[in-house]
Design a protein around this ligand. Structure first.
Ligand code: BTN
Length: 266
């Protein structure tokens, strides 16, 4: 058994329901992709994978997520909620709140959330969340995979991302124990999965508090079509409620639209 796997398991609280379903791989393509294969083979709820590095880490809207060796926590968890996809519209929001909590418990700072799925600190990206659903032929949720990447150390992400990303080491000036962060992420994901339906309103209330996009002027990017507006709220489905210049109000969906600040990434 790898050292890191054992150290994470040792740090999980007694109440953590799935310690034996956590696995660690030094390197994979994408933890979401590996977990998707396991999900289709019938892996149970709570199966979780962490990788030391990803060679094909993926982000939302087909983007890549840079995952250099030992520089972040790259982790995915499999959930099997028995419901229709419409009841899981807030899953990414719930995961984001759980990850803010995990970071706060581990390092003592609470990141903000850039709608819908980015963890940010002082206008820079600290991490991201990729949620993927598998549906049965009848349209029910067969599995949900929540994948999270959080930058711990600060490698040079190259000119494209320089000035846009940050890391917990950069923020705190301290080395971050990845195993402690991973254990806190797993613990908060397990709690989130138990509260997802019953605590929906409380989760969304906390999401709105953590979300730095609300109240900002934003650009809505949909392919080549760019519109501007003011982000007013996040609705109960997790959609961003935007007031457009002509006064109309539109709820934009995370699957379709990418949101940027008017003058940069946030
Ligand atoms: C984004 O920035 O749009 C989301 C990034 C999500 C990255 C995580 S890392 C673990 C999991 N595996 C992946 O390939 N992606 C997610």
């Amino acid at each position: 058994m790898s050292d890191l796997l054992q150290r994470v398991r040792d740090l999980l609280p007694e109440s953590y329901p799935w310690p034996d379903l956590f696995q660690y791989f030094p390197e994979v393509g994408s933890t979401n992709d590996v977990l998707k294969v396991l999900a289709k083979q019938g892996a149970p709820q709570g199966t979780a994978l962490m990788a030391g590095a990803q060679t094909a880490g993926r982000g939302r809207l087909g983007r890549s997520f840079q995952s250099p060796p030992l520089s972040g926590v790259y982790l995915s968890m499999l959930l099997r909620p028995r419901c229709a996809p419409a009841q899981l519209m807030h899953l990414t929001c719930a995961t984001a709140v759980a990850m803010c909590q995990a970071v706060e418990e581990t390092v003592g700072i609470r990141p903000g959330i850039k709608w819908t799925n980015d963890l940010v600190w002082q206008r820079r990206k600290l991490g991201g969340i990729l949620t993927e659903l598998g549906l049965s032929p009848e349209g029910w949720v067969e599995y949900a995979i929540v994948g999270i990447g959080i930058n711990c150390a600060t490698p040079d992400f190259g000119p494209e991302l320089r000035g846009i990303t940050t890391s917990l080491e950069q923020i705190t000036g301290q080395q971050i124990p990845r195993e402690a962060l991973a254990a806190a992420m797993l613990t908060n994901l397990a709690r989130m999965s138990q509260e997802l339906t019953a605590q929906r309103q409380a989760i969304l209330h906390q999401y709105r508090r953590d979300c730095i996009t609300i109240g900002q002027d934003v650009s809505l990017v949909q392919g080549d079509w760019v519109r501007h507006g003011r982000a007013m709220d996040v609705d109960d489905q997790g959609a961003l409620v935007v007031r457009l210049p002509d006064g109309t109000i539109e709820a934009v969906n995370a699957g379709e639209v990418s949101v940027r600040g008017m003058y940069g990434y946030v």
